[in-house]
Design a protein around this ligand. Structure first.
Ligand SMILES: Nc1ncnc2c1ncn2[C@@H]1O[C@H](COP(=O)(O)OP(=O)(O)OP(=O)(O)O)[C@@H](O)[C@H]1O
Ligand SMILES: [Mg+2]
Length: 335
């Protein structure tokens, strides 16, 4: 069965809604987000909801050699180059009537970018070594882990193609930006791993806290792997700290610089996000930092901190709960 985009956080609700809105349009869609955040799942969802009858054809642009990429994508005519004994159709042809998913689109060589732009603007392409223009009814969905604006600035990505692809840009949130989804996803994948054989084991409270605090640099993919490890290695009915993979018990890794270090020091204004989302992230960050500072000033005493800040105790606790307090600085959410 097709993997669904799971998650009940507001960020995921917004994402699913945008996908539904845009899916049935012919517009190209660019999916951005860190590794393991679900860009490919999102691309398939766009296709499934598009109502297009053709296939979903994924291609990993980073995995194709520079010399082969043009012919893989656009095909070639017989005799187009040494060794081209037969005429060959490319993936663009295979994706006709469907969705062409260009993963890691930022890795495409410049000449291929030019052909892609033509395909997007005019719906036409020319196989390598062929003079005749062909038309193709395809929907393009692209993904990039790298910041495409950066690639444009480096001169490695065509600016006109960038603008064409970013008409609809959907950003997949990192898992640590939606801490509320962690347990839900973990339990889902535990159940998936145990399916048929037994009841999934229950998570002990300290395990839950730890999972919420872990920065998940590999996002949902990492979480899914951890859940299948735990399902395989936990014989009993309960998951305790010692049942987690050892790597998860070490010092948390530094997260990628595109990440929003929740609870740390990001007050950067994110103009790459829609206003509402940028504002929410900025305010969440402020709230967390304010609450951390006020608690620290009152030696962790929530009542004293609340009095001094003129806040409700419960609000402080709610903010603390949401914040993934950095395991580096040893601060702990109050229980
Ligand atoms: N929101 C989600 N709900 C359910 N499963 C998810 C979700 N996001 C990711 N996954 C799962 O996590 C794994 C990685 O997802 P996917 O391949 O889509 O990530 P990606 O963003 O394309 O990563 P990469 O940049 O490394 O290619 C897959 O097993 C996928 O099923
Ligand atoms: Mg991917």
């Amino acid at each position: 069965m097709q993997q669904q985009l799971l998650g009940e956080s507001e960020a995921m609700e917004v994402l699913r809604k945008r996908i539904s809105q845009v899916a049935h349009t012919p517009l190209p869609v660019l999916l951005s987000g860190e590794t393991g955040t679900g860009k490919e799942v999102a691309a398939r969802t766009v296709h499934d909801k598009s109502g297009r009858s053709g296939p979903f054809v994924p291609v990993d642009c980073a995995a194709l050699s520079q010399s082969l990429v043009e012919t893989e994508l656009f095909g070639h005519e017989r005799g187009a180059f040494t060794g081209a004994h037969q005429r060959r159709e490319g993936l663009v042809y295979a994706a006709r009537g469907g969705t062409f998913f260009l993963d890691e689109v930022g890795e495409l060589p410049m000449e291929t970018q030019t052909r892609l732009l033509r395909l997007l603007e005019q719906g036409t392409y020319r196989p390598v070594g062929d003079r005749t223009e062909r038309s193709s009814d395809i929907r393009v969905v692209a993904a990039s882990w790298r910041d495409l604006r950066q690639r444009v600035a480096e001169g490695a990505f065509r600016e006109d193609l960038y603008h064409r692809l970013t008409i609809v840009e959907l950003r997949l949130p990192a898992l640590r930006e939606r801490v509320g989804d962690i347990e839900l996803l973990f339990e889902h994948f535990l159940e998936e791993s145990c399916r048929g054989s037994r009841h999934p084991p229950e998570l002990e409270p300290d395990v839950r806290v730890h999972l919420r605090r872990w920065p998940w640099p590999g996002n949902v993919r990492e979480l899914r792997n951890v859940a299948s490890f735990v399902a395989a290695m936990t014989p009993g009915g309960r998951v305790r700290m010692e049942d987690l993979p050892p790597a998860l018990l070490r010092r948390p890794p530094e997260v990628a610089d595109t990440a929003i270090p929740v609870g740390l020091s990001s007050t950067e204004v994110r103009i790459d996000l829609p206003y509402i989302e940028a504002r929410r992230l900025f305010l969440d960050d402020f709230q967390q930092r304010y609450v951390e500072a006020i608690l620290e000033a009152h030696d962790g005493n929530v009542s004293a901190a609340a009095r001094s800040a003129g806040m409700d105790r419960r609000s402080i606790q709610r903010i603390m709960k949401r914040a993934r307090m950095s395991a580096h600085n040893g601060s702990r959410p109050p229980s």
